[in-house]
Design a protein around this ligand. Structure first.
Ligand SMILES: [Zn+2]
Length: 334
């Protein structure tokens, strides 16, 4: 693992603030990093943890014993807590996991003179877990720094939030994303497209490129272009084919559809809008507009978001898709 501040992409202000607090020995004992998925919050937390444990000038120095064992994921004073995964989409942190952490943390530090606990996806704590953590944050024993990572601050107990120094992570600019993708050996043209599609998230951009993101986008575009001419028979065939995809790919396909529909709505307002996710498809999307009125696009967007929401639960894919396609066609005729 690279534990250097400059391995983080973007977030210059946040890094500066953390380094200053660290140098001036004013770092609070609990911090909360919030922001969308894939922005580098966790990596930032890990680098901060490494820096705290290092304790040298310009920490993490990368040379000392603390840094070396941290990089080898073997530092005895670092504790990382991640949610347990249940089924396909449920992630949860239970009180048992918090208690286990508390037991370890109550012992004194082995090497670095202080301990660091990183809790990833802290917003997946259930209530007993959160209440138990709260007690520790209120009366910390010994030298411990807590770094909580969460996407959604509103899903945390307000009493926990109020005990942490908040640091929010904004989305990366398309330029920052593109630069990083090119640095990772992606061809410039592909990097440029993905940078716009990924909505400011490096994690999302990498995910899209791994899963043949542009290919799925192509499929969503073809589907959209063909939809006005669909027959009932074609519709069943499509629903069956999409029902064969694994859930994650299906969700990505729907997210592309969602972005394409949103772009078409934007084009209604301003044909030259710079806000399109799919800027390179501006012309093609513009040609489709006559077949999709504004109100129909709205109806289709609502249906698509609803289906995305339902797919988070364990539902029968095929049935959901058939219902969805029928409603899409209805909204086109409506
Ligand atoms: Zn060091």
């Amino acid at each position: 693992m690279e534990i250097r501040w400059d391995s983080l992409v973007g977030h210059k202000d946040q890094i500066k603030e953390l380094r200053t607090l660290l140098q001036e020995k004013r770092l609070p004992h609990a911090l909360l990093f919030t922001g969308a998925a894939g922005l580098g919050k966790k990596l930032c937390g890990q680098i901060l943890a490494g820096a705290i444990l290092c304790g040298q000038e310009n920490a993490p120095c990368g040379q000392c014993e603390n840094c070396r064992s941290f990089a080898a994921a073997a530092h005895p004073d670092y504790y990382e807590l991640t949610p347990e995964v249940r089924g396909k989409s449920t992630r949860i942190i239970r009180i048992e996991a918090i208690r286990e952490m508390q037991t370890v943390v109550s012992r004194s530090a082995v090497r670095a003179g202080r301990r660091v606990v990183l809790i990833d996806d802290a917003d997946t704590m259930n209530e007993p877990a959160a209440n138990s953590l709260l007690k520790t944050l209120e009366e910390p024993e010994g030298q411990v720094t807590f770094i909580l990572i969460a996407q959604d601050r509103s899903r945390l107990l307000p009493t926990i939030v109020s005990r942490c120094m908040p640091l929010s992570f904004g989305r990366l600019s398309p330029e920052e994303l593109q630069e990083e993708l090119v640095r990772r050996q992606m061809p410039t043209l592909e990097a440029e497209k993905l940078a716009y599609l990924a909505d400011g998230s490096l994690g999302q951009a990498l995910k899209l490129s791994q899963h043949g993101g542009l290919e799925l986008r192509e499929e969503a575009m073809e589907f959209l272009a063909g939809l006005p001419q669909f027959t009932m028979n074609k519709l069943w065939v499509e629903a069956a084919a999409k029902g064969e995809l694994d859930r994650e790919r299906l969700i990505e396909w729907l997210m592309h559809l969602n972005m394409l529909l949103r772009d078409m709505l934007l084009l209604y307002a301003d044909g030259a809008s710079p806000l399109l996710y799919n800027g390179d498809l501006r012309e093609k999307l513009g040609e489709l507009l006559p077949q999709f009125s504004r109100s129909r696009l709205f109806a289709m967007l609502t249906e698509t978001r609803e289906l995305l929401h339902r797919l988070q639960a364990n539902v029968n894919l095929r049935l959901q898709l058939e219902g969805y396609f029928i409603r899409l066609m209805d909204s086109l005729k409506g």
